[in-house]
Write a protein that binds this ligand. Structure first.
Ligand code: FAD
Length: 549
């Protein structure tokens, strides 16, 4: 296989022990060893590979192509037992960033941190960046439909994808963007695979319009399943009927095609930002606090719990390296508050922004007073960016640092991305804690997340042994059962991969799941793109591939 692939691509092709070991893991609990790693040099390479795999699929049913960019996926989305394509080696150019209108054209393997430097130099921002902003790429953000601290105000990546170049399963590259009804009819007349896709997808969406719109979870963020309802949502006033297949590739985890270029819409960020920090001693008033904060329309609203805080203290040397010793001293007033008032159950970071600094500070002081007066809780306003940075570091880096530092136990993302509407939280969270408590002998867990959206990340630390193969499905069933009771979604932003695809039918029901299968079949009839993600797997396969090291 190696030699055949070397003959058809210009990029590097590898199968060294070291490389295969590296690409056997991502940030998930899984381990799957690929056969070959290809670093495609250009779109021609990608097209040639797709054609070759398609031609040889009949004689080698396991042959497939899985895209990988930053490799920070928490679901096993980048793992496969066949060919893995690394997009970071050559698809790493920022082609254009422009102000009027604000947009950027970029290749999928560009790291978000580099992209942001370029956009901020023009006073522009892609506001859907995830907490993994230092280690993930823009391609992974699109394929997972990622969200982050600013999604409360600006939404997820799906809101910023204007155009995608995608190599489809016929081995050709096509450009996808929002189409008017007339443009859609033109596409449907085309006598090629692209025309076929538009004909079949339009039929599927028209015939099942009501079922699909009803299936859309009533939460502000959702990455579960194929986002069919986003392709042609009901026409809105002033915004005629559109048909946009970028909305389907976004969040599809590379199961429908390989993304080779992205055009993003960008925003102009506000000039000034301040954080209101809220220390909650208990969760009794959580729902009311969240409602009150949300009313003031913050730019972001993040939280971490007492478990995260205690673990952050344990990994202090790493944190000092990240935030610097001097910044650590600025923690002393907080530590004092904690010593005198006890470790808070939850620390909330509420960010407000504006273009006038004095107005912003006056506004945030008013909100602080309202909250402190009503709930008698400790709060503080950060003085400047440096002061705010330490809180952001704990929130953004806690999982990443834990991943590397907690000896003996492994971080096990499997119920890592729940979302229910915030108004349900006062009822939902105690029930969730009751379920988790039953497993406290097997795992330590932290809860951090985005309370403004009702989206929480529970990342247990546990032994990944035989027992975990029983606990993971059992606990997932219970937690997802509760989430669905409250009409939520099993994943707001981290996506499905191997860990959640088995629960999509439970979430959406068999009729909608069949539409997911049909969608996959329309785009990828031979199942060559990232098999077992979104459709076609079970929890047994996942448990058989839990990582051993
Ligand atoms: C510490 C940490 C914190 C995180 N925090 C967040 C968070 O706040 N919000 C959030 O949404 N996620 C978060 N994640 C998950 C993950 O980082 C994001 O989903 C991220 O956007 C993935 O980007 P990546 O470049 O690492 O993608 P990868 O892991 O390489 O790939 C992700 C998926 O995209 C597919 N893919 C990659 N490139 C292409 C391509 N060119 N064409 C088609 N498909 C492609 C892959 O096959 C895979 O299914 C976090 C992860 C970690 C480790």
């Amino acid at each position: 296989m190696l030699d055949k692939i070397k003959n058809i691509v210009k990029g590097e092709v590898g199968s060294s022990e070291k490389e295969l070991a590296l690409f056997s893991h991502d940030a998930s609990i899984f381990e799957i060893r690929p056969r070959v790693i290809v670093h495609p040099k250009d779109t021609e390479d990608v097209k040639n590979l797709v054609k070759w795999v398609s031609q040889n699929k009949n004689s080698d049913v396991e042959l497939s192509l899985t895209a990988r960019s930053g490799g920070t996926d928490m679901t096993g989305g980048t793992l496969n037992n066949s060919i893995v394509l690394d997009f970071t080696t050559h698809f790493n150019k920022i082609l254009n960033v422009e102000d009027a209108p604000p947009h950027a054209i970029v290749e999928p393997g560009v790291f978000y941190r580099d992209f942001e430097k370029e956009t901020l130099s023009k006073d522009l921002l892609l506001p859907s960046y995830p907490a993994s902003r230092e280690i993930c790429t823009v391609g992974g953000m699109v394929a997972n439909d990622s969200g982050g601290e600013k999604s409360l105000r600006y939404g997820k990546t799906e809101n910023y994808v204007e155009e995608l170049n995608v190599v489809l399963s016929d081995g050709e590259e096509y450009v996808f963007k929002s189409l008017t009804p007339e443009e859609l009819e033109q596409k449907k007349l085309q006598d090629n695979f692209e025309g076929e896709i538009y004909r079949q997808m339009h039929d599927l969406l028209e015939l099942n319009h009501e079922l699909i719109q009803k299936a859309k979870p009533n939460v502000s963020k959702n990455s579960a399943g194929y986002l069919l309802w986003n392709v042609c949502p009901p026409a809105q006033a002033g915004n005629g009927k559109k048909f946009d297949l970028t909305r389907l590739f976004t969040g599809a985890q590379g199961t429908l095609g390989l993304i080779t270029k992205i055009k993003f819409r960008l925003i102009k960020p506000n000039k000034y930002s301040r954080l209101l920090i809220i220390f909650l001693r208990d969760l009794n008033n959580l729902g009311e606090v969240i409602n009150m904060v949300n009313k003031n329309k913050p730019e972001s609203f993040e939280s971490y719990d007492d478990h995260t805080f205690k673990l952050a203290i344990k990994i202090l040397p790493d944190l000092i390296r990240k935030i610097g010793v001097s910044a650590l001293f600025r923690f002393i007033p907080d530590v004092w508050k904690i010593i005198t008032g006890g470790i808070p159950k939850m620390v909330m970071l509420v960010e407000f922004t504006g273009d006038e600094e004095v107005e912003l500070i006056d506004r945030i002081k008013k909100y602080q007073k309202e909250i402190s007066d009503k709930f008698k809780i400790k709060t503080r306003i950060t003085k400047n960016e440096n002061d705010a940075r330490k809180y952001w570091i704990i929130r953004r880096e806690s999982f990443n640092l834990l991943r590397k530092r907690v000896k003996g136990k492994k971080t096990a993302p499997f119920i890592d991305d729940l979302i229910v509407r915030p108004e349900y939280l006062p009822e939902f969270l105690p029930k969730l804690n009751e379920i988790l408590k039953q497993y406290k002998d097997y795992m330590i867990y932290t809860i951090a997340g985005h309370p403004g959206d009702g989206n929480f990340h529970i990342i247990p630390l546990m032994d990944l042994d035989e027992k975990s193969k029983k606990i993971i499905p059992e606990l997932s069933e219970k937690v997802y059962g509760l989430v669905l009771e409250y009409h939520g979604s099993i994943t707001a932003e981290h996506n499905d991969g191997l860990i959640r695809t088995p629960y999509l039918e439970k979430m959406y029901g068999s009729e909608v799941y069949k539409l997911f299968e049909k969608t996959k079949q329309i785009f990828d009839p031979k199942n060559i793109f990232n098999p077992r993600k979104k459709v076609g797997t079970d929890i047994g396969y996942a448990m058989d591939h839990i990582r051993k090291n």
